[in-house]
Design a protein around this ligand. Structure first.
Ligand code: HEM
Length: 479
């Protein structure tokens, strides 16, 4: 009797194979989803799985950058691919390339954001942040004119006083939240704003923006639309009641449409509120952790203001506080408020050369992000980069040389699109910090979750804002 192969094989029920087919399809689908486009394959990349795990664990941008990108920066890589916002993006880790890119706003304009991102539904598209070319020039002119009218030191001092009145007799204070006082933290409007920002910042949606289409977040969309309508109401109110403030100055430009005004007001609110709250919280944190720094800064402030009974510093007095200025520069480095910049699009192929001579081809169509945190933590320029050390910046306010290459400091970005409010923001920090130092002393509890390092909250646009930071404030007799 002859036997055939079929006699040795058990009969196969195709139906039982469906889990196998499904697994193969899933693997192929995932590979397709995360495959690196051919034109980018020459650039080293941060592996996808640790990146996704980092999002799944809810790690914030600065933690992810220090863990996953910084090793490449310290190895001298000028650029690296990172999977985020549903695609592979080129992160720039080298200050020289960052400068060259920022200098050429024609070849590297802002990228048009992927459809459906809720952050941009909120911020809008017709504003200084997202526009380019002639439209950007118009927005920029209006914004700069409004910002450069004067440095409102008196208004900053009034904000500080408002903050102090909220702090009452002192005690334990959630400091990040308290800086909401700057934008009236108790108002339903600021609460509505904080709620919207928290809702937008959902890790799965940041990794895969396509989810916005598959599982639209109806409640968040409604909250955003309500908030945008509130901004519209502020605009209408301001038109009826002009004041001596930036919004009124902006509205003096008759070329802007109502939508452009509204979108720029949203930008100003985010830029002015979150960056200031984050920056001041970081300053308080580092000074609480380093009481000797706090003491030295307070002595300097009190010396500079010794003949001033008002408790509100003048511009001349602020000029006599170089150590405070150095502290501000150092916390803007070590917990930079904006960890990376808004993506740019490459309009043509270009080979860019890093400070160490290493070259990288950035192909046309790439999404590019200048990664500020990586540059601020490069050991080559910032030895013991994790340490808060204001000495790095001593002398720069007088234009003196320091042993550090402070051109590697870019919290306000670079080039013609750098922050137009940098002068304004630095004065704001200096006034608030000097008044705080003059009137309060503060410490951090040994059981604080921030004891081993500052912990920022999750943010929809790469912002470092310390989360639930409680500090103990004690009022001092004013000198
Ligand atoms: C410590 C405080 C601040 C920091 C660290 C900071 C940082 C930055 C950075 C890094 C950018 C570049 C963003 C990019 O192109 O991707 C930027 C742009 C901008 N910032 Fe600031 N900022 C601060 C405060 C402010 C304040 C208080 C305002 C307004 C009142 C403001 C208004 C703007 C505007 C309008 C732009 C867009 C400029 C343009 O695209 O031409 N910023 N800021």
């Amino acid at each position: 009797m002859s036997s055939t192969l079929n006699e040795f094989m058990p009969p196969v029920d195709l139906y039982t194979l469906w889990p196998w087919f499904l697994s193969v399809a899933a693997v192929l689908g995932v590979r397709w989803l995360f495959s690196v486009p051919r034109k980018l394959q020459h650039i080293p990349r941060v592996p996808v799985i640790p990146t996704l795990l980092s999002y799944a664990r809810g790690e914030v941008e600065d933690v992810r950058i220090k863990k996953l990108l910084l090793p490449y920066a310290n190895r001298g890589e000028p650029a690296i691919l990172v999977y985020s916002l549903g695609r592979w993006m080129v992160h720039i880790l080298d200050r020289k390339i960052a400068k060259d890119l920022s200098a050429d706003i024609i070849t590297y304009p802002k990228e048009v954001p992927p459809d459906g991102l809720l952050l941009w539904r909120f911020v809008g598209y017709e504003n200084i942040i997202l526009s380019d070319g002639e439209t950007w020039k118009r927005h920029s002119r209006v914004v700069k004119t409004a910002l450069n009218r004067n440095v409102p030191v008196g208004e900053f001092a009034a904000l500080a006083k408002k903050l102090f009145s909220q702090m009452g007799e002192g005690g334990t204070t959630a400091i990040g939240h308290n800086f909401d006082a700057i934008a009236d933290g108790n108002s339903p409007f600021v609460r509505q704003y904080n709620h919207v920002m928290e809702s937008i910042a959902s890790p799965p949606y940041l990794v895969a923006p396509m989810l916005e289409k598959i599982f639209p977040r109806v409640k968040t969309i409604k909250a955003i639309d309500d908030l945008v309508a509130s901004f519209q109401t502020i605009l209408a109110h301001k038109k009826e009641n002009p004041g001596n403030d930036m919004l009124t100055y902006m509205m003096e430009d008759k070329e802007m449409t109502d939508v452009e005004y509204r979108d720029n007001i949203v930008v100003f609110f985010i830029a002015g509120h979150d960056t200031t709250a984050g920056a001041m919280s970081s300053l308080c944190y580092y000074m609480a952790k380093r009481p000797e720094v706090q003491k030295r800064a307070r002595e300097e402030v009190r010396r500079a203001m010794s003949k001033n009974p008002t408790g509100e510093p003048t511009i001349a007095e602020l000029g006599k506080m170089p150590y405070l200025q150095a502290c501000i520069c150092e916390f803007l480095r070590v917990n930079t408020p904006i960890t990376y910049m808004v993506p740019r699009a490459a309009m043509k192929d270009a080979v860019l050369v890093g400070a160490n001579g290493r070259k990288v081809l950035i192909p046309q169509g790439s999404s590019i992000i200048i990664n500020i945190t990586s540059i601020h933590y490069k050991e080559e320029y910032w030895p013991n980069a994790h340490e808060f050390n204001p000495e790095r910046f001593m002398g720069i306010s007088k234009g003196q040389e320091t042993e550090y290459d402070t051109t590697q400091w870019l919290p306000f970005a670079l080039g013609s699109r750098m922050c137009p409010a940098r002068n304004f923001a630095m004065y704001e920090q200096r006034v608030l910090a000097s008044m705080l130092l003059n009137e309060w002393e503060w410490t951090i509890s040994s059981d604080s979750p921030h004891m081993d390092g500052i912990e920022n909250g999750f943010s929809p646009f790469a912002l470092s804002l310390p989360k639930d930071l409680y500090l103990n404030f004690t009022p001092l007799a004013r000198k």
